[in-house]
Ligand binder design. Sequence first.
Ligand code: MTE
Length: 310
Amino acid sequence: MLIRQKPDIPSYEITSESHYLNRRSFVAGAAAGVALLGAGQALGSIGYAGVELGGEVTPESIVTSHNNFYEFGTGKSDPSEHAHQLTTSPWKVKVSGAAAKTGDFDYEDIIKGFTPEERIYRFRCVEAWSMVVPWLGIPLKDILAWFEPTSKAKYVEFTTLYRPREMPGQRSYFSSIDWPYVEGLRLDEAYHPLSIMAVGVYGKALPNQNGAPWRLIVPWKYGFKSIKSIVKIRFTEREPKNSWQVIAPREYGFFANVNPAVSHPRWSQASERRLPSTLFNENRMPTLPFNGYAEQVASLYSGMDLSRHF
Ligand code: MTE
């Protein structure tokens, strides 16, 4: 598992010191403890070799320019072209439902007590392309527990910002999504140690196109579960309705666990194109159950028919 929480190497030896000095205030108090070492190796500022199971880390230029963020358009380059319009400071987060601490919070106030960690995860889109990404994130459990969910909280729902004046995709007449974008997890999935709230990537603050200022990352699920630019968190007794399930319930479910044995109705999920992928070299590889994290997460679903709960 690609997690090491309390590294004995200072963060500035892992990525260049200037990255850390340039980063925005969210990490200012916490940078000292930020790190992840892939298979025991320090992350060099040039290469991120030695990633267990994941292959090589995808170049930063691809991770930040080949995106799905329909709020900025449906093309892969739309988010990197248009997301600079988004203002992310101040950033308010509304917390509601079955929790002791609810109300309106400043994003900075929520995260200031936490130390982001670097996690290198495989990332598999339901469209059958994939990447390996060095996120900087906070364990989701730590953030959610801070709001003190009650025993009634069985699920957690997340909502993306709705701000059409800064998000051209939300103004489009052709949009298939009934905004805002919504996602959800069972609380035990959210509390799994692999689930994080990412606040950065490549040792820097998250670029807008990747979901600034924070977004979910659940590496054993298809990428659409990893909702971006979150402004609402709601604890609930009932399973939330996620946006893609509402749009096409036969194609997208609530669980969305990566599963090579269950085809999308329009294409196979047995393999994936690992980016960079070209016409001449697709870089195709087999897709692994739970995106390769079965050992860690399969027990969350014991007894469930995963072809029905897709
Ligand atoms: N979150 C919001 N709010 N809007 C979106 O369109 N797209 C999802 C997910 N989160 C999406 C979103 C999909 S389909 C994928 S594959 C990932 O974001 C892509 O994340 P990336 O652009 O950082 O690779």
